[in-house]
Design a protein around this ligand. Sequence first.
Ligand SMILES: [Zn+2]
Length: 327
Amino acid sequence: MKKILFVAILLNLLPLYGQQIIDTVQTDKGPMIIYSNRTWAFLKDKSFNGVLNSRVHSILNQDLGLNFTQTWSNDVCFTSGKHNDMSKLNDTLWLCVLDEAHATYRAPVDGIVTSRYGYRHGRHHSGIDLDLETGDTVRSCWAGKVRYAKYNDGGFGNLVIVRHYNGLETLYAHLSKLIVAPDQEVKAGDVLGLGGNTGRSYGSHLHFEVRFYDAAINPEEVIDFDKKMCKDENLFVHKGLFRPGAKPSVLEAEEPDPVIEKDTVERQIDVAAHVVQTSLKKYYKVKSGDTLTEIADRNQTTVSKICQLNGIRPTSTLQIGRSLRVK
Ligand SMILES: [Zn+2]
């Protein structure tokens, strides 16, 4: 009898670190479970697949057929392995960095940029370093869900990774203290932890990264760290962004002419993000029956210029739906 009781108690205590769940409370950061020793954790939604921006995910997978993955893990920095190959991104994806539901950006720290993205001392720096004093608050840039919050022995020290509703992930490294827990929902400006010098770090600073489907981009492509604001409410995602050492594109004030046919534009608005032109480059989506000469004429350019921009020959077969750079 005693043995059965013992087993029953043991099973009851098993759910987490030998603690019994005594309550579940709704918080504005998600459902939280309270254990008998007064510790707590955020409740995991078993059906959650990690996709916070289903529109972007569906465009990448259904429309563009890229088969990119975005899983959820509290234990690894990269969730897709080597699966998401940005060199296959032949289109430009229009990502709303700030949308109506999540329109706020907050600077991660107050400090200035001390080291930029790109090559330094022969190594690629896949983020940006921001100055801080140990103990300074580090905040989430945008709203999202904490994917990772623990010590990382790969060099990041105490590390927080937040996956955002806009489709990006941000990474905050070398923290002295973690304040959030994995699976916690955060708003823009919520404190994630305190700045520090943990891991492979020489002097207190925040190493900050911006990633799209596990691939790092230059944070200055999205954020103006001097003005402490987003550069633009939109980010045009194309494979050039993921080139190691890529410099941020220069946004021009003038509005370029629309290049996409009206019916296509309507369809694109329908799915919220899609193939568009960037400010400096112009793209055209090939339709059935198009010839290079017609495309060149329509965009006031020449066949040889289009060939040069896209690395194709005048005799190349045009794949319907492919985006051709025309400027
Ligand atoms: Zn760094």
